[in-house]
Design a protein around this ligand. Sequence first.
Ligand code: KIV
Ligand code: NA
Length: 269
Amino acid sequence: SRRVTVRDIARAKERGEKWPMLTAYDALTASVFDEAGIPVLLVGDSMGNVALGYDSTVPVTLDQITMLSAAVVRGTRRAMIVGDLPFGSYQEGPVQALRSATRLMKDAGVGAVKLEGGERSADQIRLLVDAGIPVMAHVGLTPQSVNAFGGHPVQGRGEEAAHQLLRDAKAVQDAGAFAVVLELVTAELAAEVTRSLHIPTVGIGAGAECDAQVLVWTDMAGMTDWPGGRKPRFIKEYARLREALGDAARAFGDDVVTGVYPAPEHSFR
Ligand code: KIV
Ligand code: NA
């Protein structure tokens, strides 16, 4: 049993096979997705929101990504593990990017790294790829720039924005990225990008024509508590984990308070 590789990913596009990607932030959850056959797991900087309680990905550090990536690698056998380079770990330039990516590969054992940005990150991508590090790119809405975007608007609307997104996608492909995430892009534009590239597109809020689809696992499983119940349109919940886990905690609590748990069969004598 070997890990999924970039060659497997390239072959899937040649064959027109779609594939799923999920985020993971701990060994136990990652093992569930690995056993379910999810071929690529992303230790996303979305851990800032999901696991660390921040309201953006901006504060996440390379130490945090490295620690949780190592856990996800240890918890899995088959999936390719992609570690996200956090804000501030590659923007200074290619040399800083190489130092950060090397650290993540050596200390956590990830098989690839991801970073945000199209044309603006092409030099970083090229140096990493030259050094033998598979890179997944990320264009469209790039959450590390939330303060520049002023929120999370859909990307690529309007002719100039559409052309820039196409240029960004081409730039990361030319720089050697093995795949590119398209986040919050109109379905029409994502389809055009997907047809234009020979590397796979991984959509999130980018319509059905992408080669792959990614979701933050807690969104996918119905664990996220959306403020005011306003779940973004692109998310489909495949379970009601928040409700199930809350019910379990309440039942445990009630049993302890009423003395139902532990029963004799849970006790040693
Ligand atoms: O950090 C993350 O979870 C991501 C995916 C949403 C692509 O970058
Ligand atoms: Na991310």
